[in-house]
Design a binder for this molecule. Sequence first.
Ligand SMILES: Cc1cc2nc3c(=O)[nH]c(=O)nc-3n(C[C@H](O)[C@H](O)[C@H](O)COP(=O)(O)OP(=O)(O)OC[C@H]3O[C@@H](n4cnc5c(N)ncnc54)[C@H](O)[C@@H]3O)c2cc1C
Length: 379
Amino acid sequence: MTARIAIVGGGPGGVTLARILHQNGREVAVLERESSFVYRPQGGSLDIHADSGQIALAKAGLTAEFQRIARHQDQQMRLYDKEGTLRLLDESSEGERPEVDRGHLRQMLLDSLPQDVVRWNQHVTSVEAQQDGTCDVIFAGGHRERYDLVVGADGTWSKVRPAVSPAQPEYSGIVFVELGIHNVDRRHPAIAKLVGHGMTFSLGDSMGLMMHRDANAHIGFYAAFHGPVDIYAGKSEAEIRAELMKKFSGWAGNLTSLIAESDEVVGVRGIYWLPPGHRWKHVPGVTLLGDAAHVMSPFGGDGANFALQDAGELAEVLLQKDWRQQLPIFEEAMAARCERPAAAANAAILKAFSPDGFTHSFHMMQQLIPKARAFPAKS
Ligand SMILES: Cc1cc2nc3c(=O)[nH]c(=O)nc-3n(C[C@H](O)[C@H](O)[C@H](O)COP(=O)(O)OP(=O)(O)OC[C@H]3O[C@@H](n4cnc5c(N)ncnc54)[C@H](O)[C@@H]3O)c2cc1C
């Protein structure tokens, strides 16, 4: 008899795991709280790394599909100071980390599964491991379903994690306000030129603007600073834009023009993390992957890539006869693999949002991308 497997959460990690298991003839259900794929804007671009995310997509048999949506041309990097002067530039687009829109990635993964594998509108409130090694999933409304294994792929605020670990995500104190500009080439050519094709940063005053070019001439960007996560609760888009303009009032006009010209406030995202190297004593019938296991600062660009990699490695375990014995080994390997990158990413964001954040990030990016050209500050 094959194992009955439930994956809680249909983000990149959960759906990749479902795809690999399904492709190998396993029955699997993805239980997703959202009502549909279009329930919320999916957010901007992610770079998918050759040594992690792309390996998982290859295991899922989706390399060709991925290459169709990957934007190799969007791998440039720019760093501006708050005076609006370009200080570092890598225009090469030669890396192994092509960009992809989050929405395109999720759509590709969902399209690779029969429609009934992802069950929408399934709000899981908790799970309960049973004495016999199975696990119950409890849904809002109170009904339960029993599985041989429940995988928590339900992100930062996982409802599965409490069954294995008391750890709670800690707030970094840094909030990212996500905004967007449509049709930038035609409507705002100066902004299109400033952002270029890839990731663009501007740091200063313990704050930052982080911009990226998405598909279809869309610019997504974050205005980020220290503050409470509910800072703009109840405010309209116009009010948020006005408050951001005030906050960044000492910054050059070419940078603040992004805020002024933005078409949408996509969301306000607090940056949280679990302790790097988060581990737990294995509980039969339950495991975790992705942000549920190791949410970290986005400053390493690893979160979604690690979620995909976890999915690929867990799928390989679950395809073995002795998967129950192998699960603790998978969990330890995942914790060990993520520990140092998570600690480094958490430290990097705190440094970047410190008073000498620009100088620190300038030197760090020079080390990471030695071929980037450096330019002097305007005197
Ligand atoms: C501002 C910001 C920028 C980032 N930039 C990058 C980047 O450039 N590169 C990168 O690799 N990573 C980046 N990340 C991290 C990345 O977004 C996450 O690491 C990644 O989405 C984790 O994938 P996941 O599948 O584990 O979880 P998620 O993407 O969080 O998916 C979890 C899913 O579970 C569902 N769910 C949640 N609770 C329940 C419930 N109770 N019942 C049922 N379903 C539930 C959710 O609706 C969601 O669909 C960034 C994160 C932030 C905040």
